[in-house]
Design a protein around this ligand. Sequence first.
Ligand code: IMP
Length: 426
Amino acid sequence: MSVVAMIGAQWGDEGKGKVADVLSREVGAMARFNGGNNAGHTVVVGSDKIVLRLVPVGILRPDVRCYVGRGCVVNPAYLLEELERLASLGVAAENLTVDWNCHLILPYHVKLDQAGDEALGRRRLGTTGRGIGPCYADKASRLGLRVADLFDDGRLAERLGALADRHAPTLEALGVAVDEVEVLAGLREGAPKLEPYAGDVAAAMRQEVASGAKVLLEGAHGLLLDVDYGTYPFVTSSTVHPGGAAAGLGLRPGFVDAVLGVVKAYQTRVGEGPFPTELSGELGERLRRRGNEYGSTTGRPRRCGWLDLVLLKYSVNTAGVDLIALNKLDVLDGLEPVKVCVAYELDGERLEGAPASLDHLGSVEPIYEELSGWADGASGATSYDALPKAAKDYIKFIEDYAGAEVAFVSTGPSRDDGFMRRQVFE
Ligand code: IMP
């Protein structure tokens, strides 16, 4: 297996940063294919916590070539900020290429996102406010600006003018303003700094695959936030499904050898939307505290609950997950019992799988199976044998229910907490 697509199998925040970091030891290239700086992939190196939102995590290893494909949206000001932050940590991003065709997130999109979501009142989505939805909307409306436009000044000014005109009435209605002159000046200033990173990612990726390099595709968010397969409308605006990686990077369909689904040992969600196994009260608070469940992008407290195996199976089946990386098993240390959702009740009937329309998730009651907990011992474990028996049983239960093998287990935040049970790249 030389091309592995890693995706989140829940509502994001599954710990993909850590898994990507561990696997980056083995690969020649890493690529992002969806989303923008609404993602937050966290890596803990020694006492440093590094959050990467746009640049692939592989950038922390000097020999890994990193790509941002055209399925992603790029906020140029934010990208420069991330590159500066990396430079301050001694990380030169010489191996980074951002596709010329990535759409640009502009201040218009950020304002439209923030003020637009706010204006929805109780129907708001709770977006990250990074301008993601409006940017993808402009892409689909053929109004957007792309990375290549930064290096063609006439085109840049003309396309920016058209975009500004189109959004002026909406911005006015929302009571917010964007200064076109200022935006243009900012883009002109950033352009020469970004030019060395811009390139043809599709051609480079074809080359990577043809040369047999091991490639990790670093999916952002989680399948339940996918614009087509998630809990619409409480979703992000990009394709999280690994099928999107072919289009998002410019490769032939079928080039992915294996799909690795990243799963947290319990369930979390930020923003609005249905969440059948959500725990309020002390138990939910305990998971939040122990798991440090605060958004890495917005700092918002995450909603927490028991692992929803019905939704996990939905993700495994929908996205073709072959292997699972199970994160944060240590957070369950000391809980007795540990519950997992194995079915739902809807209108008095038992549902064994996800409802045909995920819209009904707001009305289902979870049916739990109670499993034995373990007092301690998962925290920091570096081998399967070192785990308490009940934790091993928990892993087995997940594998049997979801129908995918757990290849990696994380037992703490640092790079060294956890172990591989089987190779992901062969
Ligand atoms: P947007 O992606 O900013 O438009 O937000 C849409 C929804 O997706 C909101 O509920 C966000 O909280 C959620 N979301 C987007 N990206 C992530 C992520 O990486 N982790 C968790 N939730 C996310």
